[in-house]
Design a protein around this ligand. Structure first.
Ligand code: ASP
Ligand code: MG
Length: 413
């Protein structure tokens, strides 16, 4: 008997009819003999609606109360699914975060999981029940409700799968798997049969929205086999797991586009020790994640630094940067609020040279100017004007995936 954790996202449980459809799918898995833990998100749009209610009452709602509020979304869908399963004659029981002691720190709104006590879940499974779990929520040491960050029902599912040593963690969503690119931008995008944790991690961090980033990190750490599938069809889905030899044969597995970036340049910074720390220290202290950073070689003892951040952080970051610029005598702070980051990701890059050069050529052929470049072992990212983001994605997808471009063999690029 396999132990399977299934997770259903917001659109999958978005209406009473959808909850019925999910219950039918769960019942079918149960009839096959699986032991099931089913994690649910709030019904589509519900979490946003709850956040909005709070913000209509006061400008900066208290984080503890906000968590108590937004966690109700998952409470509703978990209870509804359990009610439906029982109505169909299946023994089901629902648990909220605190009822199964999903312990977190007290960082309300983005709490980190410390431990999951599976006793109660295990007992219910041993009693022959289908366990339905409210995703996205936990409890801190004071017994207060916490939430784990937007999209974190995936994380709940993976954490439970790891703790229960489940045979698989099935993530049901409204797309039928992980694609080589966003099919809305790239009609020729193809569904991947398999992808490695490392590639999925890069893709989730680079703007592919199908899996929450931290859930992939956790799955990789505990080796939880994941499959991303649609709850609206019987299509096969994409497996995310440990890499194997053949995965390296594929040069580029996916192309991602993040249109939600802004760029700041601080010009005329004196070239001496300590100034980068002065600039980026306050930004980090404000909890703002800086993505790419480039510093030019200095001319006449001064240098320029350019970096990118998520667009929602632009106003705060600009403010902090201008303040430091003043203090350290930098000559100018410029920004561009709409920039796009386009990336190619693939394990094959580790053993093949020339991917970056080939990528730059493809963009040159489209007359797209590259503003910044960053690389890691298995990805190359460029920042371009957001006007050209989609064009860049399509051109790169055509070249590397539809055209199956190969790079020059090692050393010949
Ligand atoms: N309901 C939460 C959100 O909308 C968690 C989730 O859907 O995974 O962010
Ligand atoms: Mg979601």
């Amino acid at each position: 008997m396999a132990l399977v954790v299934q997770k259903y996202g917001g659109t999958s449980v978005g209406s009473i009819d959808r909850i019925k459809a999910v219950a039918a799918r769960v019942a079918k898995a149960r009839d096959r003999g699986d032991r099931l833990v089913v994690v649910v998100s709030a019904m589509a749009g519900e979490t946003n609606r709850l956040f909005k209610l709070a913000s209509e009452l006061t400008e900066l709602p208290d984080v503890r109360e906000t968590d108590a509020l937004v966690a109700t979304g998952e409470q509703v869908s978990a209870a509804l699914l359990s009610i439906r399963l029982q109505g169909l004659g299946y023994p089901a029981v629902s648990f909220l975060g605190f009822q199964m002691n999903l312990a977190t720190d007290s960082n309300h709104g983005r709490a980190r999981i410390k431990s999951v006590q599976c006793d109660r879940v295990m007992r219910a499974l041993d009693d022959g029940r289908i366990v339905v779990v409210a995703g996205y929520q936990g409890v801190n040491a004071d017994g207060d409700i916490t939430t784990l960050g937007r999209g974190a029902s995936d994380l709940t599912a993976v954490a439970l799968a790891a703790a229960l040593k489940a045979d698989a963690c099935e993530i049901y969503t409204d797309v039928d798997g992980v694609y080589t690119a966003d099919p809305n931008v790239c009609p020729k995008a193809k569904k991947l049969g398999r992808i490695s944790y490392d590639e999925m991690l890069e893709m989730a961090g680079l703007g592919a929205k199908v899996l929450q980033l931290r859930s992939v990190e956790l799955a990789r750490r505990y080796n939880v086999p994941l499959v991303v599938r649609s709850s609206f069809s019987e299509a096969e889905g994409t497996w995310v797991g440990k890499e194997d030899q053949s995965m390296e044969d594929v040069l580029v597995s996916g192309v991602t586009l993040d249109q939600n970036q802004s760029k700041i340049t601080i010009a005329g910074v004196e070239d001496r020790p300590g100034l980068a720390a002065r600039i980026f220290g306050p930004i980090a202290d404000a909890g703002i994640v800086v993505d790419m950073i480039i510093q030019n070689a200095s001319a006449d003892g001064r240098t320029d630094m350019t970096f990118t951040i998520g667009r929602e952080d632009l106003p705060r970051t600009l403010d902090l940067t201008r303040r430091v610029a003043n203090e350290i005598g930098a000559t100018d702070v410029r920004h561009q609020d709409q920039t796009a980051k386009v990336s190619v990701v693939g394990l094959g890059m580790r053993s093949h040279a020339g991917v970056a050069a080939r990528m730059f050529q493809v963009l040159a052929n489209e007359r797209i100017n590259i503003e910044m470049i960053a690389t890691s072992e298995i990805k190359v990212s460029v920042v371009v004007n957001s006007k050209y983001g989609e064009l860049a994605m399509r051109a790169l997808h055509d070249a590397f995936i539809n055209g199956a471009a190969t790079a020059a063999p090692d050393g010949l690029a």
